[in-house]
Design a protein around this ligand. Structure first.
Ligand code: G6P
Length: 496
């Protein structure tokens, strides 16, 4: 027996075996992670953009969220969390290795990021991916009302749309891919390339970050299945004859801009920014990198450029400091272990060569920080370095811009991050070109205030015009057009 809040938004407490909802999110992670401790455990908000992105839609819709609680071999009952009904999906230790660390993060992740690292193809991993996707689809089918809207997220769950459509043809199904979708020449390596496309084509609307990603997907569908595509529409044949329309389109994701602005306006956050600069020895230039410790982020390229600038004496370690926040990620995957060793070796070498007692050229922090501290860091930094080799969007770039309410600060942004499609007033770089990157950093160091303000104003306008509420509203609008007449409507968050 489960005690649940009424699924339709009244305050009544109802007791039911299985509440159902008109809006269901399905994502690999729940918005909270389970933290086990001796004698009990607790739930902690999981980090990352997805939770923040979906929070306003969840609040507006009183929906359910199906996801993994982040620990293996633990079964949890569904529960209410701030008005959202959370449905934990259990993964065994073996499935964490094969479905999550394996197929999701050692096959699809490197493949979809243009094979920056070599993807591994293992049939057992694929089998686990199918089995776990089935479990997520079953859990979603169980909590979805008749005619509900279900929104599936990211590369870990690409088979869910088709599985759900088979089980529940009454549902309207959306899918959003948060990472890039590669060109056909790369995608075609995947031994299960047809199964994945079929999985995604179970959705009514498939969202991508960039126009190029949506184009790559449609091209793969044409090449592998020969289906007709017209603009953003794909005609998918159905068994009963005729076709079903699937939309494949780009919807660049964003952030809660006013949330960042509010933090940046707070006196304690501004005081912390000053304190950070003082702790760094009040150098004339503070540069900042903030990333998950991932090989797609180009952290090594950034360090190389910074190290060479010190070596060439174009920068001096007393005048210029680099703060690199590298939050721990996927630490049991071999490529990530190797990356950490390489990055830490490089940081150690640069600090050994250029540091002095009490002063390091690079402040390297292998931690995650709360949002307040991040905004203080953004405010304390003259130059933000986003040098990803490939990135779906890169929300850190948008967070930096949103936080700079003083209209100062320079964003150096990789052309290979999705954000570069929108943030054209940043200093755009090709991070593979180390000399070009060094010159761009020096251009940033000597940029006059007038130009900094001009650029930051233009960037802030772009980020404000497309905030996360607008992103989810435009995706849900598109999905709404696929909804059969009479099915319940999904509300867009306020302010969109
Ligand atoms: C990227 C992915 C997300 C993922 C996040 C953190 O942003 O698009 O789906 O949740 O990285 O990675 P993790 O493996 O810790 O969930």
């Amino acid at each position: 027996m489960t005690t649940a809040r009424n699924a339709h938004g009244t305050d009544a407490i109802i007791t039911t075996e299985q509440p159902t909802f008109g809006f269901v999110v399905v994502a690999n992670r729940l918005p909270v992670d389970r933290v086990e401790a001796p004698g009990g455990g607790s739930w902690r908000r999981s980090p990352g953009g997805l939770v923040t992105a979906l929070e306003p839609v969840m609040a507006a819709n009183d929906g359910a969220w199906v996801g993994w609680p982040g620990v293996a071999d633990k079964e949890f009952d569904a529960f209410d969390n701030d008005g959202s009904w959370l449905v934990p999906v259990e993964l065994s230790t073996d499935e964490v290795e094969t479905y999550y660390e394996g197929f999701s993060n050692d096959t699809l992740w490197p493949l979809y990021h243009d094979v920056i690292a070599q993807p591994s193809y293992h049939r057992e991993w694929w089998d686990a991916y199918v089995a776990v996707n089935r479990r997520f689809a079953d859990a979603a089918a169980e909590v979805a009302d008749e005619g509900a809207v279900v929104w599936v997220h990211d590369y870990q769950l690409q088979l869910v749309p088709e599985m759900l459509r088979e089980a529940r043809p009454d549902l309207t199904i959306g899918f959003f891919n948060h990472i890039p979708f590669p060109a056909y020449g790369i995608y075609s390596q995947l031994p299960w390339r047809k199964q994945i496309l079929n999985g995604l084509l179970g959705a009514d609307v498939i969202g991508f970050q960039r126009l190029a990603d949506a184009g790559n997907f449609s091209r793969a569908v044409r090449r592998l299945f020969g289906y007709t595509t017209k603009g953003t529409n794909i005609e998918v044949p159905v068994e009963s004859g005729g076709t079903r329309n699937v939309v494949a389109k780009h919807f660049p994701i964003s952030i809660d801009v006013s949330g960042y602005e509010e933090l940046a306006e707070r006196g304690d956050v501004q005081a912390r920014a000053e304190e950070i600069r003082a702790e760094l020895g009040n150098p004339s230039v503070v540069m900042l990198g903030v990333d998950r410790l991932d090989y797609t982020k180009g952290i090594g390229h950034r360090l190389k450029a910074f190290g060479e600038l010190l070596e060439d004496e174009r920068l001096s370690a007393t005048d210029a400091v680099l703060v690199q926040v590298a939050s721990p990620s996927r630490e049991r995957v071999e490529t990530y272990k190797t990356l950490r060793d390489e990055i830490e070796l490089t940081v150690g070498r640069i600090n050994g060569d250029h540091g002095s007692i009490g002063h390091q050229a690079i402040n390297y922090l292998h931690h995650s920080y709360p949002r307040e501290e991040m905004v203080a860091l953004f405010l304390a930094s003259d130059i933000m370095l986003v040098t990803a080799l490939r990135d779906g969007m890169n929300l850190v770039a948008k967070e930096y811009v949103a936080s700079r309410i003083d209209e100062d600060g320079i964003l150096v942004l990789s052309e290979f991050a999705g954000a570069a499609d929108e943030l054209k007033s940043a200093l755009l770089v090709n991070p593979h070109d180390i000399d070009g990157l060094k010159d761009t950093i020096m251009q940033a160091v000597s940029m006059p205030r007038r130009e900094r303000v001009q650029r930051m104003r233009a960037l802030r306008r772009r980020v404000r015009d497309n905030d996360v509420a607008r992103w989810s509203a435009s995706f849900l609008d598109e999905l709404d057009q696929a909804r059969p007449a009479g099915a319940p409507e999904v509300r867009a968050p306020e302010g969109s």
